[in-house]
Design a protein around this ligand. Structure first.
Ligand SMILES: Cc1ncc(COP(=O)(O)O)c(C=O)c1O
Length: 380
């Protein structure tokens, strides 16, 4: 009915997980935001707005998605290490900005003297903590491009003195898909201590909660016992959670075009690959796969691959799977975060449609499949 490849999301799961986030911080004055880099569909962001969330945006595009969802500027936090002047003039009305560098602070200083418009600023701290996740999604090590090292904080605060900049606290986000609580505890306790030293009443602790793709996820009760008590004295705690909320709420449905057998291997060739879900190709990420219509019950080792002209166009390698019937469908699990939002038009393919299963169990189309007209709209 909707064709494939197709993303399908569950409203029920999104709401459940949004409520777990809030419950984890019970007793804390929380400003919960949804990191809409994980999924920018305004229909999903609207559900989170209804659950009391604002958004964390990185670009004008994500700001636009938030506006389409009806998120007020006062509920938006702006992140990023490459904010350009053009963006800075449009986004200076948002609630908070996380400043990534002393160089960026200088820019805000100039803008604030010119426009008089000053958002409240958090300084993003690089605490040099290893989050034990994939190197591409690790952000809080000294060698990573993000944040201000702790020993440069004094200099940063000096720069803000004698200006009309309002620095209200520190921000820390050490990476995504973190499944151990220790790196959170280590990074956040450093930034809590720093906040106390400088007498800041607000703190932004980012996101990064790891979900269960294969065999491990962040133990939230441990997080609640070790991390949350560190935050008790703050007047406000901002969080920016993406993957945890929408990852397990989405699946990707793909059609089996061929079951290709060579002397080496069996390849399950499906109608979408790194263009619709880049995580396996980009990070070697694991996603569970369900065969919806197996030829027979026995499992054999297969590679699940897409149709693009790249050997790297894979969805799973060396996976034990039932052989599906040609023309039937497979389902990729935990695809709701960094799935559609990282999809591309590589090989001039069309980005997929998205469907929401509403709380009353009805499917609702929330994004149409792209057309060739969409694909070439900008050609002159
Ligand atoms: C600054 C910042 N905040 C929040 C997030 C959201 O992370 P996650 O989706 O892992 O919760 C990210 C993503 O890496 C980020 O870079």
């Amino acid at each position: 009915m909707y064709g494939s490849p197709l993303y399908v999301y569950s409203e029920k799961i999104i709401r459940q997980r949004a409520r777990i986030v809030k419950k984890t911080f019970e007793g804390i004055n929380l400003f919960p935001t949804f990191a809409c880099k994980a999924n920018n569909n305004p229909n999903l962001i609207r559900i989170l707005k209804d659950e009391g969330f604002g958004t964390d945006v990185v670009t004008l595009g994500e700001y636009h998605a938030s506006k389409m969802a009806g998120i007020l500027d006062e509920m938006i936090v702006w992140n990023g290490n490459g904010k350009c002047i053009n963006e800075m003039s449009v986004l200076s009305n948002v609630r908070y900005v996380n400043v990534d560098s002393i160089e960026e602070l200088e820019r805000w200083k100039k803008i604030s003297t010119r426009t008089g418009q000053i958002p409240e600023l958090f300084l993003r701290i690089n605490p040099d903590v290893d989050p034990k996740t994939h190197p591409h999604i690790s952000t809080g090590l000294k060698k990573n491009k993000f944040g201000i090292p702790i020993d440069m904080v004094d200099t940063a605060l000096q720069k803000a003195r004698n200006s009309n900049l309002k620095i209200v606290g520190f921000h820390v986000h050490i990476g995504s898909q973190i499944t151990d609580f220790e790196p959170f505890a280590e990074a956040i306790s450093q930034v809590v201590e720093l906040s106390k030293r400088y007498d800041f009443g607000k703190i932004n602790i980012g996101g990064g909660w790891g979900i269960n793709y294969k065999d491990k996820e962040l133990d939230l009760s441990q997080y609640q016992r070790t991390v949350v008590p560190l935050l008790r004295d703050f007047e406000e705690v901002v969080v920016e959670i993406g993957r945890y909320i929408v990852g397990p709420a989405g699946v990707l449905i793909l059609k089996v075009e061929y079951v290709k057998r060579t002397h080496e291997k069996v390849f399950i060739v499906v109608d979408g690959g790194m263009n619709v879900l880049v995580r396996p190709a980009m990070y070697g990420a694991f996603h569970g796969i369900q065969v919806l219509n197996p030829e027979k019950e026995d499992k054999i080792e297969v590679d699940v691959v897409g149709p693009l002209c790249e050997s790297g166009d894979i969805l799973a390698k060396h996976l034990m799977l039932e052989i599906p019937k040609e023309g039937s469908y497979i389902l990729i699990e935990n695809a709701g975060a960094y799935g559609f939002s990282m999809a591309s038009n590589y090989n001039s393919t069309l980005r997929p449609a998205e469907v929401l299963i509403t709380e009353d169990g009805e499917p609702r189309l929330i994004r149409k499949r792209e057309t060739f007209e969409d694909l070439f709209r900008t050609i002159v």
